[in-house]
Design a protein around this ligand. Structure first.
Ligand code: PRP
Length: 238
């Protein structure tokens, strides 16, 4: 077994969310000429690039901001939903052009859409209790928030809740379950995040990754590829 090596300013540890976002991140990194992990992940959780410059942690999506905030990973990729829900403090120098969806409030199609402030303590199921609490608090609504870990659309169908807060991409899941989107809470896409200390202690290696991605994305945007958005914020955002 390869021992975990001491921090080296020229090598970077990157946390990826297992699944579709990881595939899209690796495709982007490859196109931008960054070192890719060697071999197939299988059950292996840390993979290194052939030149040893980058190591990749394959993490559960919700855990990526935790690895990065604590410096177990220097960089990571996750959705803005996961990042904001986690309340983790990291730099977020670059939005990435995939993982587009939105976090929305949805209700049964036959429920009258009255202003939220008239709702008396609505029950809301969600995988995003923090963002949901923020949303209702900002509107002065005392909502009862129930956390589920998947298929939150079930909530109103089985009488567990009046409303849901969940991700919407195509809207097919809502439609199939007789629900309609009533408010968009936030627009979501993937984001590159950086540990605050690593950004300074490994500045040259971290900047080189950000710059390679920025240049590749700018070129792709220039050549008219759809759906590319660069973050206006610098590394200080976060
Ligand atoms: C997500 C989300 C919705 C669905 C939205 O669920 O929670 O259920 O996708 O996509 P759509 O608008 O294109 O239908 P996911 O597939 O991640 O599964 P989960 O609900 O079990 O978390």
């Amino acid at each position: 077994m390869t021992p975990v090596t001491a921090p080296d300013p020229s090598t970077l540890m990157l946390a990826l969310p297992k699944g579709r976002l990881a595939d899209q991140t690796l495709a982007l990194f490859g196109a931008a000429g960054l070192p890719l992990p060697e071999g197939n992940a299988g059950r292996k959780l840390i993979l290194a690039s052939s030149d040893g410059a980058m190591r990749y942690i394959m993490a559960k999506p919700g855990d990526v901001p935790t690895f990065v905030e604590y410096g177990a990973a220097d960089l990571g990729v996750c959705g803005l939903d996961t990042l904001r829900e986690s309340r983790r403090h990291v730099y977020e120098p670059l939005l990435l052009p995939f993982g587009y969806c939105r976090l929305s409030l949805a209700a049964p199609a036959n429920r009258p859409d009255t202003p939220l402030r008239y709702a008396s303590q609505p029950r809301v199921v969600t995988k995003y209790p923090n963002l949901t609490a923020d949303f209702f608090r900002a509107r002065g609504v005392n909502a009862e928030i129930i956390t589920l870990h998947g298929s939150v659309e079930l909530g109103p169908l089985v009488g567990l809740a009046d409303l849901i807060v969940d991700l919407v991409e195509t809207g097919n899941t809502l439609r199939a379950n007789g629900l309609v989107e009533t408010r968009t809470i936030m627009e979501i896409q993937a984001v590159l995040i950086v540990n605050r200390a690593a950004y300074h202690l490994k500045r040259s290696a971290v900047e080189s990754v950000i710059e390679s991605l920025r240049q590749h994305l700018a070129k792709a945007q220039h050549s008219g590829q759809a759906g590319l958005h660069l973050a206006a914020a610098g590394a200080g955002a976060g």
